[in-house]
Design a protein around this ligand. Structure first.
Ligand SMILES: [Fe+2]
Length: 292
C-alpha cells in the first residue's frame, strides 16, 4: 500500500498518458496557507520565486518572477494572495524540515511505481515544486524536464496536457534545447489546443503528467490554489534526456550540411547509443555526426 496515493497506480500508463486519481494528503498541515506563510520566508530566497498572477499562456514561465514582478515582498504576497493577483513557485521546499517526512514517503511510493512499471530500480533526482496562486491565475504553456505527479490541496484548476514527444506540439529542436538547459522555450500555439486532454482538478486529486508532455493550467475563480508537484527521473527518462542533449549539440553542426540527427524515441537503438556517448558530445561533433 502506498503512503501518499489512494491506489497502487498499476493502471497509470506511466510516461505515456496523463491520468487523474486520488492522493491521501488532504488537510496535511505542512500545506496550509498559514504554515506556508511561516515556512516560505525561512527558505533561501532563490528557491522562492513570485510574480503577478499570469494571464497569458505564451509568457516565458521560467522568467515570470523577473519579467512580471508584483511590487510586493514575499510576506505581503502570501498574506494578500486571495485579493492581489499573484503567483508563487517554490523550488525544493523539501529542504525545509516541515516537508521532510512528506518527501521521503513520496519518494518511497515513486520508487515502488518505477519498479512496478519496470522503468528502473528507483525514482531518481526526485524533487518537490510547490505552487500557490490567486484565483484565475494561469500557468503558461511549458514542459518539464522530469516525470511529474501534481497534487491539489486547496482551490481548483483546469489542466490541459498534451501528448508527450509530439512534434505537432513541440518541435524536436525545442525539446532538445530546453532539456540541454538553454534559455529557449517552446512557443504557445493556440491552434494545437485541440490536441490536449483537459482535466478539472480539485482538492484531493492527483494527476500524472508524462515526461516531456506540454501542459498549461488555469486556476478556478473561487479560491487560492495550493498544489504540489513531485518531479523525478527513471532510467528511461535519463536515457531520453541524455540523447536529446547529444542531438542538441550535434544539430547546429549537421544543419550546416543540410543534415539533421535522427529523432530521439523510446525504442530506438540509436537513442540508447547517443545516451551513452553524452560525455563525448562536446568533443568532436563532426566525427560523431557520421554515425548519428
Ligand atoms: Fe509543469
Amino acid at each position: 500500500m502506498l503512503k501518499s496515493f489512494e491506489e497502487d497506480l498499476g493502471r497509470v500508463s506511466f510516461d505515456v498518458e496523463p491520468m487523474k486519481f486520488k492522493h491521501k494528503l488532504i488537510g496535511h498541515p505542512s500545506l496550509s496557507l498559514e504554515n506556508l506563510a511561516k515556512v516560505l520566508p525561512e527558505l533561501p530566497k532563490h528557491q522562492v520565486m513570485y510574480s503577478k498572477a499570469l494571464n497569458d499562456l505564451g509568457i516565458n514561465f521560467d522568467r515570470a518572477h523577473i519579467d512580471h514582478k508584483n511590487g510586493m515582498c514575499l510576506v505581503e504576497t502570501i498574506e494578500s494572495i486571495k485579493i492581489n493577483p499573484s503567483y508563487i513557485a517554490v523550488k525544493n521546499p523539501e529542504n525545509h524540515p516541515t516537508f521532510k517526512t512528506l518527501f521521503h514517503d513520496m519518494e518511497s511510493d515513486l520508487t515502488k511505481l518505477v519498479q512496478m512499471k519496470k522503468k528502473g530500480t528507483k525514482a531518481k533526482d526526485a524533487m518537490f515544486w510547490l505552487f500557490i496562486a490567486s484565483p484565475n491565475a494561469q500557468t503558461p504553456f511549458h514542459f518539464d524536464r522530469y516525470s511529474n505527479f501534481l497534487m491539489q490541496f486547496r482551490g481548483s484548476k483546469e489542466i490541459a496536457v498534451f501528448p508527450p514527444l509530439d512534434q505537432r506540439v513541440i518541435s524536436a529542436e525545442d525539446y532538445e534545447a530546453y532539456i540541454d538547459q538553454t534559455e529557449k522555450r517552446p512557443a504557445w500555439k493556440p491552434e494545437i489546443d485541440h490536441l490536449a486532454q483537459k482535466f478539472h482538478f480539485d482538492v484531493g486529486e492527483a494527476l500524472h503528467i508524462p515526461f516531456s508532455s506540454g501542459h498549461y493550467v488555469k486556476n478556478g475563480p473561487e479560491d487560492v490554489s495550493i498544489s504540489l508537484s513531485v518531479f523525478f527521473h527513471t532510467d528511461e527518462t535519463i536515457k531520453l534526456s541524455n540523447a536529446m542533449r547529444v542531438n542538441h549539440r550535434l544539430r547546429r553542426r549537421m544543419n550546416k550540411f543540410g543534415l539533421a540527427p535522427s529523432e530521439v524515441c523510446k525504442s530506438s537503438r540509436r537513442t540508447a547509443f547517443k545516451a551513452h556517448i553524452l560525455p563525448m558530445a562536446n568533443l568532436d561533433g563532426g566525427v560523431m555526426s557520421r554515425f548519428l
